[in-house]
Design a protein around this ligand. Structure first.
Ligand SMILES: NC(=O)c1ccc[n+]([C@@H]2O[C@H](COP(=O)([O-])OP(=O)(O)OC[C@H]3O[C@@H](n4cnc5c(N)ncnc54)[C@H](O)[C@@H]3O)[C@@H](O)[C@H]2O)c1
Ligand SMILES: [Fe+2]
Length: 384
């Protein structure tokens, strides 16, 4: 079977790789970049660092993106973009900033509303060229053909997909991730781990995506607790940023599955950050799915370091489930009831969440494809 592999054209990697930005702009042919970032990056002085690197270059700037971006925040970005004559985008921030940049790049070039582009529509034609500079080690959005935007009217996290969303270049400079607070370090780390596991057990997994997924799991298994307890550890930060990127490449060339399918509606209705809703779901969904791909899950357990090479499949599966619950404990992942979500409200929308989850397509890539009532049961088990 053939696979069309999609990757950014340029990857600049390493400490101070940001210095390569002017060269990248020249190579790609961007003469008037529009910088997209957020208020946190501005306050941390990262936006100033970027302008220092750009020196005399003229550029526009938009720092009003929001975490877990909404359709309205994208409209605001497009309005700012249209005030100038920009021919490319530099995105500096976490997954939310990079996803915002991808949506603005499409609407800035082709017009329309982001709602018109949601799955199953495929965005094949590239918008404006993007140089993505991630500052969290999580989404891998810098290397994925995906953007996720919330429609605040229908309360849906819309999944938009297609090679036209792939950034032209990315700069992987781990120095930007050293300031990520503890909670966000844990949540984004689990997001990357979930990408790697889901890419590996997905029905769309292939030899190419397997390599990225396994490498990502090895790096995350070795480093996630270190970055959580010692955020200043540069070696571990570097490893996690690389792992997040590899996991992004893995799932973008395979797919995510049930965890992501069920996670997005929790984010849309209850504003739980993406990595955190994944973390809450990962052990439960793995328990549900493991029997349908026990050998693959055993390999995951060994790559993460939760099982030993000599363990047989059954033992490795048991260790994976136990290990994922234990990881959540060590990373102090809160239970759903500590997130301020009301049980009654959750139950009121549980059917809509199950429907949104199935409509996103992600559960159909899961080794065990759930029915709507099974999804509802897993959602309910979050409260047990
Ligand atoms: N496109 C994809 O392939 C893909 C994949 C998974 C998730 N997502 C989406 O990405 C978004 C989540 O992105 P995220 O998990 O990276 O979080 P985020 O971008 O929402 O960032 C979380 C918070 O951390 C702050 N932050 C970012 N970098 C920082 C730094 N270096 N120091 C201090 N604070 C920093 C941000 O300003 C924000 O307040 C969600 O909307 C999710 O749905 C996209
Ligand atoms: Fe994710």
């Amino acid at each position: 079977m053939n696979h069309s592999i999609s990757l950014p054209r340029y990857v600049e990697y390493g400490k101070n790789a940001i210095q390569k930005l002017p060269e990248l702009l020249k190579k790609i042919g961007i003469s008037a970049p529009f910088i997209i970032s957020d208020q946190v990056m501005l306050a941390l002085g990262f936006v100033d660092q970027l302008s220092d690197v750009l020196q005399e270059q003229d550029f526009g700037i938009f720092t009003n993106t929001v975490p877990e971006p909404t359709a309205q925040s994208i409209v605001n970005g497009v309005v700012a973009f249209e005030l100038g004559q920009y021919d490319g985008i530099v995105a500096l921030g976490g997954g939310s900033v990079i996803d915002s940049a991808k949506a603005i790049a499409i609407l800035g070039r082709f017009g329309g509303k982001i709602q018109n582009y949601k799955f199953p529509y495929r965005i094949d034609k590239p918008g404006l060229p993007i140089i993505a500079i991630p500052t969290t080690a999580g989404t891998g959005s810098e290397c994925t053909a995906v953007t996720i935007i919330t429609d605040e009217i229908t309360q849906e996290k819309m999944l938009c997909m297609g090679d036209g969303l792939l950034p032209t270049a990315t700069i992987i400079d781990y120095r930007f991730t050293v300031t990520v607070p503890k909670r966000i370090t844990a949540d984004t780390g689990i997001d990357a781990l979930t990408h790697a596991i889901e890419a590996y057990v997905s029905k769309k997994a292939n030899l190419f995506s397997d390599q990225q997924a396994l490498s990502a799991m090895r790096l995350i298994g070795k480093n996630i607790l270190t970055v959580y307890h010692d955020g200043k550890n540069e070696t571990a930060r570097e490893a996690m940023l690389l792992a997040a990127m590899l996991a992004g490449v893995a799932f973008s060339n395979s797919s995510v599955a049930l965890v992501h399918g069920m996670s997005r509606p929790i984010g849309a209705f209850f504003h739980v950050p993406h990595g955190l809703s994944n973390a809450i779901l990962l052990p439960l969904v793995t328990e549900y799915s493991i029997g349908a791909a026990s050998e693959r899950y055993a390999q995951c357990a060994k790559a993460i370091g939760m099982a030993e090479e000599k363990d047989d499949i059954l033992v490795a599966n048991q260790k994976l489930i136990k290990g994922l619950y234990q990881l959540n404990k060590e990373l102090e992942v809160p239970k759903i009831r500590s997130l301020g979500i009301e049980y009654d409200k959750f139950n009121q929308v549980i059917h809509i969440m199950a429907e949104q989850s199935l409509n996103s397509g992600s559960p159909f890539n899961n080794p065990k494809v759930p029915s709507a009532s099974e999804i509802i049961e897993i959602y309910q088990n979050l409260w047990v």
